[in-house]
Design a binder for this molecule. Structure first.
Ligand SMILES: O=C(O)CCC(=O)C(=O)O
Ligand SMILES: [Fe+2]
Length: 355
């Protein structure tokens, strides 16, 4: 095995602006030392293959009352036991998914100069792209470029590539509608009134962020990491992938490889679902690994409460369940800033507000 290349920013060739630029450079057979982020813990934990629960969305929307009730129970079980599930029969056209992935690929293909308008931004800037997670705090670099765009309550979009704005508006609207229907089913599975929650979380001005991830082939995938283990900050995240494996989630102490499933979305519960459900539905730690053969593109749409909401556990779950309040509130905006401005690690922000 080739040893990682020692390359520091003080050396003659500076580190690239993007992982795409590095991976495009011809003859790369080992990775710069700064990208060898895998800890011995990560290498020692077993990786197993497992199917995550599958939810038939059409039964939630158009099934008989019995089918809907069963699907709500299945949703609850999936959230409680896995915090991850796949959604099939979701009604989002294949064409829209493919065009969105292509448009995102087009963004990453822009020149560094064209992307430059959106780089080195503050974590709460509505359009931001870059490499790794946050270069101000990353000890190692991750094998990943990203584009993050705030798409609700105010829709933003980079000006290029041509057509990105239209397609991302259509796609992210679909994702929000899907998320609201799934949230309604999840509230029901918790025995909570949908209208109470819509008010408590101010879902009419829910915060939605589009996160595009680009992981090019890596000559030493066993040493590098696309994204380190973390949980997502919102209520739900809906993930689309370009058919290349790479997502792993932590389940009962093992890393589980999640295989792409044709025409499905992968959904996971975030930290704010854990808070509102008082810990019944936990956010689950996941990571993105890389491979030596194919470029992986993923698109996460994270849906959370309003940025101004201070979410606390639903009182019905605390009093009826006979448990005590497990988290104190933190304004959602502040929660996100903490996560984005510090090294990305497990459930570090949620751990700060756990009682
Ligand atoms: O690329 C992936 O599969 C994971 C992306 C992810 O976890 C995120 O963007 O929060
Ligand atoms: Fe994530």
């Amino acid at each position: 095995m080739a040893a990682p290349l020692h390359l520091h920013s003080s050396q003659a060739s500076p580190l690239p602006n993007s992982i795409k630029e590095l991976s495009d450079s011809a003859g790369l057979s080992s990775i710069p030392f700064l990208y060898a982020s895998r800890s011995s813990e990560a290498l020692l934990t077993d990786v197993v293959e497992h199917e995550v629960p599958i939810i038939d969305f059409s039964l939630l929307k158009k099934g008989t009352p019995d089918q809907r009730s069963q699907t709500v129970r299945d949703l609850g079980k999936a959230c409680e036991e896995w915090g991850f599930f796949k959604v099939v029969n979701h009604g989002v056209p294949e064409r829209l998914k493919d065009t969105m992935v292509d448009a995102l690929g087009g963004f990453f293909d822009l020149t560094e100069e064209e992307k430059g308008e959106y780089t080195r931004k503050h974590v709460m800037d509505p359009i931001r792209c870059g490499t790794s997670f946050n270069l101000n705090v990353d000890k190692f670099r991750f094998w990943r470029d990203y584009l993050k765009v705030f798409v609700h309550p105010v829709f933003h979009s980079p000006a290029k590539p041509h057509g990105f704005r239209e397609i991302s508006q259509e796609y992210t609207t679909c994702m929000r509608v899907l998320a609201m229907d799934l949230l309604a089913g999840i509230w029901e599975s918790l025995g909570l009134e949908e209208s109470n929650l819509t008010t408590a979380l101010d879902l009419h001005s829910c915060f939605q962020i589009f996160i595009g991830n680009y992981y090019p082939p890596c000559p030493q995938p066993e040493l590098a990491m696309g994204l380190p283990p973390h949980s997502d900050h919102g209520l739900l995240t809906i993930l689309l992938q370009n058919g290349v494996d790479g997502l792993q989630l932590k389940h009962k102490g093992n890393w589980v490889n999640v295989k792409p499933h044709p025409n499905s979305f992968l959904v996971n519960t975030g930290d704010h679902m854990e808070i509102i459900s008082n810990g019944k539905y936990k956010s689950v730690v996941h990571r993105a690994v890389v491979n030596s053969k194919s470029t992986r593109i993923s698109i996460a749409n994270a849906i959370g409460p309003s940025l101004d909401a201070v979410v606390v556990p639903a009182m019905e779950l605390v009093s009826d369940g006979g448990s005590s309040v497990a988290y104190h509130g933190m304004r959602y905006r502040e929660f996100i800033e903490h996560q984005q401005a510090n090294p990305l690690k497990d459930k570090s922000v949620l751990d700060r507000i756990r009682l």
